[in-house]
Structure formats: C-alpha cells, structure tokens
Design a protein around this ligand. Structure first.
Ligand code: SF4
Ligand code: ZN
Length: 312
C-alpha cells in the first residue's frame, strides 16, 4: 500500500507482520494485513460468543441469512468456529419479503453461499406467512415499509426457525446497527426498547436471539469479506429511502469518522443505563395475544394488529 493511503493510514506494514496492511483500526490503533484482519474479526466474534455465553453445546443455530454482507460474514464465521463447540449445527434461513428488483438477486446470492459452505438452507416468504408479498401489502402505505417488513420478518424467522428445530436465532447485527438502534430508541424516547437486553429475549416464550457480530464494525465486516472475495455486490432495497435508520446511519458514520470511538461510546452508555434500569419495571408484563396466542405486551401481538390494519 502506498504511503498516504486513507484506508490504511499511510502505514507500509501490518502491525503484526511484514505484509502490506489493508485496513487501519482504532482502539488500539493498528494496521492489519488481510490474514491478520481475518484472524482479528474471527477472534473477536468468538470472544463475544464466549463472554456472553451465546452458544451452548447441542444448540441448533438458525442464522437469519439475507445474502447481504453482514449475514454472509456471520455464516462464514460461524461455519469456521463450529468445530469449537460440541454438537452444534447451523441452518440458514432466508426470508423472501417479495420486493421486486431486489430480493431475487439476494436469494440467488444466498443459495450460492450456502451451497459453497455446505449449510442447510431454507426459505420462507411473506406470501407463505400472510398471503401477499411486501410490494402488494405496501400499496398506498410505502412510507411504512420498514415497520411492516420488520414485524413480518421477525415472525417469518420465528416460524421457520421453530420448524427447523432451532434453539437460537443468530442475526448479523454489527456494531453500527447496534449503535444506530441505541440512537433511534433514544430519539423516539423508547426506554423499554433501549434497555432491552442485547443478547437474547429471555422471556422463555421466544427462541433467543444472538448477535455474534455486535462488537464488529460495518467497515471491518466489509473488509473481512472483501479480502476473501466473498463481498456480495447486491442492489439495495428500494424502500430504504423511507427508513429513519438511513438518516441516523449517515449522521453516526460522519460522527465516527470525525471522532473515532463514537459508536463504541454509545454502546457503553447503553450498557451503563441497562445496569441501573430494571426492564421489568418499565415494560408491560408479557401476555398472550388473544387472536394467535403468541407472546405480546398488549391484547394483540404486532402481527395480528398488522393483519387487522391490512384487512387480512
Ligand atoms: Fe425491509 Fe426496510 Fe430492510 Fe427493505 S429496507 S428489507 S423494507 S426493513
Ligand atoms: Zn397474534
């Protein structure tokens, strides 16, 4: 790499060996070559799993696998770490929301990756779940795309994971996603969501969710895949433009660039708040939906409320 390269901060050698660096990382400040970047990312994911006890012997992990970069990295990392656990199996689940010009490409990419990694792969569609695809459900209500999509995707994942006999659902949320959620929940004044434990729904009614990449930044994940020729170049969802997350994302990226460590500091603040707030004291007690029996906080679960509003 040439001196002055903004990606590597001008260093000519990896901090750990004589190879040229491909990335500069903060805290601690280091320049890593491709091999050391791969090792660093995989070690940190393993550490997150170990410290938060995310995976136990005999777990069957359903990986929420969109075919995008985060879930591709997650699947690759879990496949490599798999021998470290006793009798743990993986199944990749792809949810087909039914978004024209976007989802077909990502499903194809997902099929290629699971074939290459020899991972069992199942698909579930919104049409299977609710009788229509997302594009049809959103006619006249496009600005609500991400909330409708999020509610149905969570349910679809749960249904498919349950069917596949999964004991955990792993998602590819990275440090940027987590920091964005902290800021979004703060902006919305949603304290219960802000302090909801990051690692798993521990209500006993859901399949617990785990986020093994929660401490790894989007930049590191992109570079991790790129140096292994596994970066998926895919179209962006056409509804992204309606998402509040998009504004928060660009604001946080700008702050992170100017003040490295901003995202990690946001996560530190969240953990500090979590220690002082009892989620049970500020959340509605868990009940059963009177329509479908799923656990929820009100009379109806979000899916049944959505069904009603869609006239389904
Ligand atoms: Fe769904 Fe919104 Fe993501 Fe598109 S951007 S896949 S609509 S959550
Ligand atoms: Zn319900």
């Amino acid at each position: 790499m040439s001196p002055g390269n903004p990606v590597t901060g001008g260093a000519e050698r990896c901090t750990l060996c004589a190879e040229p660096p491909v990335i500069r990382l903060p805290e601690p400040d280091r320049h890593l070559c491709a091999a050391h970047l791969i090792a660093d990312v995989e070690e940190r994911a393993a550490l997150t799993i170990q410290e938060r006890e995310l995976i136990k012997p005999h777990d069957r992990i359903a990986v929420a696998f969109s075919g995008g970069k985060d879930s591709t990295a997650l699947l690759l990392i879990l496949t490599r770490l798999l021998p470290a656990w006793e009798d743990v199996s993986l199944v990749a689940i792809t949810v087909d929301e039914g978004i024209a010009g976007y989802r077909d490409d990502t499903i194809r990419a997902a099929e290629e990756v699971t074939k290459k990694l020899r991972i069992e792969h199942v698909c579930i569609s919104f049409t299977d779940l609710i009788g229509d695809d997302l594009d049809t459900l959103l006619i006249g209500r496009e600005t609500q795309a991400c909330s409708v999509c999020g509610i149905l995707r969570r349910k679809a994942l749960l249904v498919a994971a349950h069917k596949a006999g999964a004991t955990k659902i792993a998602t590819g949320h990275n440090l940027d996603d987590e920091a964005q959620s902290v800021l979004m929940n703060t902006l919305r004044g949603d304290l219960p969501r802000l302090v909801r434990t990051s690692d798993a729904d521990s209500s006993g009614c859901f399949i617990p969710r785990i986020k093994p990449l929660a401490d790894i930044s989007e930049k590191e994940i992109a570079a991790y895949l790129f140096v292994q020729d596994m970066f998926p170049f895919l179209p962006e969802c056409p509804y992204t433009r309606y998402a509040l997350r998009l504004e928060v994302r660009s604001m946080l990226s700008a702050l992170e660039q100017k003040h490295p460590g901003t995202m990690r500091n946001l996560m530190k603040s969240k953990r500090a708040i979590e220690k002082h707030v009892d989620p049970g004291a500020i959340s509605e007690p868990l009940r059963r939906c009177r329509e479908c029996g799923d656990p929820c906080s009100g009379e109806l679960c979000q899916v049944c409320m959505l069904r009603k509003s869609l006239g389904k």
